[in-house]
Design a protein around this ligand. Structure first.
Ligand SMILES: *[C@@H]1O[C@H](CO)[C@@H](O)[C@H](O)[C@H]1NC(C)=O
Ligand SMILES: *[C@@H]1O[C@H](CO)[C@@H](O)[C@H](O)[C@H]1NC(C)=O
Ligand SMILES: *[C@@H]1O[C@H](CO)[C@@H](O)[C@H](O)[C@H]1NC(C)=O
Ligand SMILES: *[C@@H]1O[C@H](CO)[C@@H](O)[C@H](O)[C@H]1NC(C)=O
Ligand SMILES: *[C@@H]1O[C@H](CO)[C@@H](O)[C@H](O)[C@H]1NC(C)=O
Length: 486
């Protein structure tokens, strides 16, 4: 086993959440009362929308400093040797010059058990349907020359996931995701590192912004855009508002040039056809780049159309939004209330060990969720009588159809961090406890035969998270002889 040490151990001291958020003075909505002790707001201030904030914190690192490669991993990807990842502490999706290090959430058990999906042989291509698709692990498509990789989950892997599809993309320092556009809207959450993004809309309005760990962007369908990793590289989660969307079906500018008569290109760009002698002879997709100038202003191109206005911004500095903190965890939401351009509404939820996201459902949208950290379980109740309980670990994707009730219980000893993504114009959920507490007690008693005392103690506010403890054999959650007061 060869041992590799990466660049800067200091980069590990990445700050995930910066604390420079403005006071929530200009809150767009009034918020209903929550549990005793709850502080903060579900939504962020308008100032987080679009470019113009503080420069990003470049200490947010996506550098992986320590990892081991197993025999065969340094061989050319096309040789495609079997890689025994079972004993390696920190497996990496690398084969020869294909792929790159993986700074983001990893479900190590799946990765070690499926080395040929995690670091696919260079001769593999596309997706073969009806094969094995372990949750939380998808075909890993490498970029050029160590520039990164992408892996996706769409209806090929999760047939029920029709409303949204996900892609986990890694860009090495300075690497580009090639200039492109596509048929679906693209929401993204940065898991590690920092990027510079840019886009132009149909009015010729442009936007350029630097985003870091915990920030969000949205590119509406059809809008051409660019993504380049800054000096520490990046990994980000993309959520598309179409479950059958495939990352392999994006329209790349290199392919556009390759598939258009050169005479037409020459006429369109007012030049001689010899100008196209050196265009790439294949797609670039993910490829190494030259370092972006540190000052965003140097690349902040605007034309006669001006900049995309702030209230239609394609970026949102979600990392600067302070969460709504409740006993047992926290919630923060970014949806069209504060980020109007997005078709995806998202809650970033933190659940303390033993605590639980309360039993609820989403009235209008399916939920596509991604576990950033921790271990949890979810029981999905599907009317009329089916239910199934699933266990999740960091790096896993879950899917719950609209109106199917569910909870998310932290089953481990570290906080669970997850994104609940809805394809909806607002993040909404129905709390089962709140519904029962706001139903006449007589009706509840006649129906589910609970005692007057239990019914009286169900809070009338939405709890979001229920505190608990890490003794997972506990069955009596009575607090001080009573449930929490309403
Ligand atoms: C990337 O983010 C994940 C999730 O927060 C974290 O577990 C991991 O340590 C980060 N990687 C680096 C290199 O900071
Ligand atoms: C970036 O460049 C602009 C325009 O040249 C300049 O006004 C600004 O001060 C620069 N910012 C930094 C942080 O150097
Ligand atoms: C980019 O240009 C727009 C329009 O001129 C301007 O509003 C914005 O502040 C600029 N951003 C930077 C970082 O220079
Ligand atoms: C966990 O809770 C169960 C049931 O209340 C109790 O019997 C057991 O002693 C507890 N275990 C620990 C380690 O506290
Ligand atoms: C549950 O816990 C409460 C508070 O500790 C206690 O008063 C009650 O007797 C317990 N109930 C049962 C059935 O053990």
């Amino acid at each position: 086993m060869a041992s590799y040490t990466g660049l800067l151990a200091a980069c590990l001291a990445a700050t995930l959440i910066s604390t420079s958020a403005a006071a929530p003075a200009s809150m767009p909505t009034t918020q209903a009362a929550g549990p005793p002790g709850a502080t903060g707001q579900l939504y962020g201030p308008e100032t987080l929308e679009g470019p113009g904030g503080e420069p990003v914190d470049t200490a947010d690192s996506a550098i992986v400093s320590h990892y081991d490669l197993v025999p065969g991993q340094q061989e050319e990807a096309d040789i495609g040797l079997y890689l025994d990842l079972s004993a390696v502490r920190s497996p990496q999706p690398i084969r020869g010059t294909n792929g790159g290090t993986d700074p983001g959430p990893q479900n190590l058990m799946y990765e070690k058990a499926n080395p040929d999906l995690y670091a696919r042989p260079g001769t593999d291509a596309g997706d073969v349907r009806n094969a094995k698709w372990p949750m939380g692990l998808s075909t890993n498509r490498p970029g050029l020359n160590g520039a990164g990789f992408a892996r996706q989950q769409n209806t090929d892997e999760l047939p029920a996931a029709t409303a949204m599809a996900g892609v986990d993309m890694r860009l090495s320092p300075h690497a580009y995701r090639e200039l492109h556009w596509h048929s679906a809207g693209e929401w993204s959450y940065i898991l590690n590192g920092s990027v510079r993004v840019g886009a132009m809309d149909d009015l010729g309005q442009t936007t350029y912004d630097d985003l870091t760990t915990g920030d969000v962007w949205f590119f509406p369908a059809g809008m051409p855009h660019s993504i380049q990793a800054l000096g520490e590289g990046a990994e980000f989660l993309l959520v598309f508002d179409d479950g059958s969307f495939s990352e392999d079906a994006t329209a790349l500018v290199s392919e556009l040039f390759l598939r258009t008569p050169k005479q037409v290109l020459a006429k369109d760009l007012k030049t001689d056809i010899s100008a196209f002698d050196n265009i790439p002879q294949d797609e670039l997709y993910i490829f190494p780049g030259t370092p972006a100038p540190a000052n965003l202003s140097a690349q902040n191109i605007t034309g006669p159309g001006g900049a995309i206005p702030k209230n239609q911004a394609y970026t949102y500095h979600f990392s600067d939004q302070q969460p709504y903190v409740v006993p047992g965890g926290s919630v923060k939401i970014v949806d069209p209330t504060t980020f109007p351009v997005s078709t995806i509404s998202v809650a970033l939820v933190t659940i303390e060990p033993g605590a639980m996201r309360e039993i609820h459902w989403h009235p209008t949208s399916d939920e596509w969720n991604f576990f950033i950290a921790g271990n949890a379980r979810i029981t999905i109740f599907q009317a009329p009588q089916a239910s199934q309980t699933f266990d999740y670990a960091e790096g896993d994707v879950g899917y719950i159809s609209a109106t199917e009730s569910h909870y998310i219980e932290n089953t481990g000893d570290v906080p669970v961090v997850l994104l609940e993504c809805l394809r909806a114009p607002k993040f909404t959920d129905i709390s089962v406890a709140q519904w029962l507490s706001l139903t006449p007690p007589q009706v509840v008693k006649d129906t589910i035969h609970l005692s007057d005392q239990v019914i009286a103690n169900i809070p009338k506010y939405k709890q979001y998270i229920i505190p608990g403890n890490t003794n997972y054999t506990t069955t009596n959650f009575t607090v001080n002889g009573n449930a929490t007061p309403s």
